[in-house]
Every structure is written in C-alpha cells, then in structure tokens.
Design a protein around this ligand. Structure first.
Ligand SMILES: [Zn+2]
Ligand SMILES: [Zn+2]
Length: 247
C-alpha cells in the first residue's frame, strides 16, 4: 500500500506545506483522509479507475477547503465522501451557494454518505470515533490489504485515539502544537502527546502531520518535533509532502 501526504499543515498553507490531506493507495481503492488544500495535487496520483473514498475528520475549514477544488478534476473515478452523521447537515450547508459549488452541481461522479456504525458496510473495514476537539472531530481506523491504519486529526490525547490506534501498523496523528506546548480545551496535540498515543496503543509506526502553519515555518521545526517524539516513541516520522512511501 502506498501513502502520500498531499497536505501536512494545520490552519493555512505556508512555504513547506498545504493544509491537511492524505492519500492511501490500496490494491483496489484510493483512500483520502481530509480534504484540505493539498487535495489539488490528487490528479498527479490518480493513475487508474479505482474508486476514491474520502473520509472527513471534521468541518474546520483547513480540513474541507479543498472540497471546492473537486470540480477541476478531469478523471472519471467515482468519488465517495464519508463523514459522521453529525457533520452531514453543516457540510451540505457549507458546500453550497453562496459559499461554493454544491455537490449536486459538480460534473463529477460523486456521492456523499454518512458513516454507518457498522464497519462492514464499506468494502473495507472502517471504524470511526469522536476525538477530543473544540468542535466534533472524528478519528478513523481502517483494515485494508492486511494492514491497520489509524488517522487521528484534530485531537488532544483521548481514550478514543488510543482505541482507534491499537496495534496499528501505521498511526497518522496530528501535531499542531510545538514540543511542550499544551493546547488545553481547543484540543490539539504536541509531538510528545502524539508519541504517547502511539506508545500506549502499541503501534508500529507514527507519522506526525497537521503542523500549525504559524509555528512550523521550516522543515527544521518539524525535525525538532520528530526528535521530541522519538524520545517517547522511536519509530516516529514528521510528514513531508509529495513523497510516496510504501507501508
Ligand atoms: Zn485542523
Ligand atoms: Zn480542527
């Protein structure tokens, strides 16, 4: 399975990143977590007609701004967008006039659905749980091609992120805050907190992403975060955009 970070920033774009978007390419599907600005690079990676599944964590704009970029895509792949039931109504309100082209007018093959509580309803196993964030935000756990992949963004440390990440081959966790900074009730994580989740959940590998654009202005800032996290969980990597990795 291939993993490519298309966007790795939180809040806004800067010279080292676009807002958050992650692409997983499995044998039969393209799977995307969050639709920040980085989604504009998607056509560089869509090389076959496999269906696309987009899972949204929440509705903060840095995670959904890219939805209004979808009409530019020329590929014909079916796009299935999923989010929790709680997000559905406000999502349809934002992706509509007078803010954006509504889904129903996009000339692409697209379907929006709410996630079922039953993880077997999709062609691969998907579980989602509410995380710790100022507005409702959901993390994911996927089982596909013999791997467990967990995605927790945006969130502070909570029981559900550890639950979703248990024994994961790969955990992708947000790292909005810099080392030793605690975000409090807004609900974000610093690198040490993300690493503590990976350790407690006995993950094999941790990727840090969703670096706040105002705090992480150069790659060296991300390396500092990686170093801080590695003291707690050795197999940690700060995400870098547009690099294809095999997991
Ligand atoms: Zn965010
Ligand atoms: Zn958020």
């Amino acid at each position: 399975m291939k993993l490519i970070f298309l966007g790795t920033n939180g809040w806004y774009d800067n010279k080292i990143g676009n807002t958050v978007c992650l692409l997983l390419e499995s044998k039969k599907y393209y799977i995307i977590f969050d639709a920040g600005n980085g989604i504009y690079k998607l056509p560089n990676h869509i090389k076959s007609g496999k269906p696309i599944f987009i899972f949204l964590s929440h509705l903060h704009l840095d995670h959904i701004f890219g939805l209004h970029i979808l009409p530019k895509f020329k590929f014909k792949n079916k796009i299935n967008i999923f989010c929790d039931k709680e997000l559905m109504k406000p999502l349809k309100k934002i992706v509509d006039h007078p803010y954006a082209m509504p889904f129903r007018e996009m000339k692409i093959n697209i379907q929006i659905s709410e996630l079922s509580k039953d993880p077997r309803k999709l062609p691969f196993h998907v579980e989602h749980r509410k995380l710790y964030h100022i507005d409702p935000s959901f993390g994911y756990r996927l089982k596909i091609d013999g791997k467990i992949v967990a995605y927790c963004c945006d969130t502070g440390v909570c029981k559900n992120s550890v639950y979703l990440a248990r024994n994961a081959d790969v955990l992708i966790h947000e790292c909005a805050s810099v080392p030793k900074f605690f975000s409090g009730k807004w609900g974000h994580s610093n690198p040490e907190e993300a690493a503590s989740v990976a350790k407690e959940a006995r993950c094999k590998k941790l990727f840090l992403t969703h670096f706040s654009a105002n705090k992480y202005v150069a790659m060296k800032d991300r390396h500092t975060a990686q170093k801080a996290a590695r003291k707690i969980f050795k197999n940690t990597f700060a995400a870098r955009e547009d690099k294809t990795m095999n997991i």
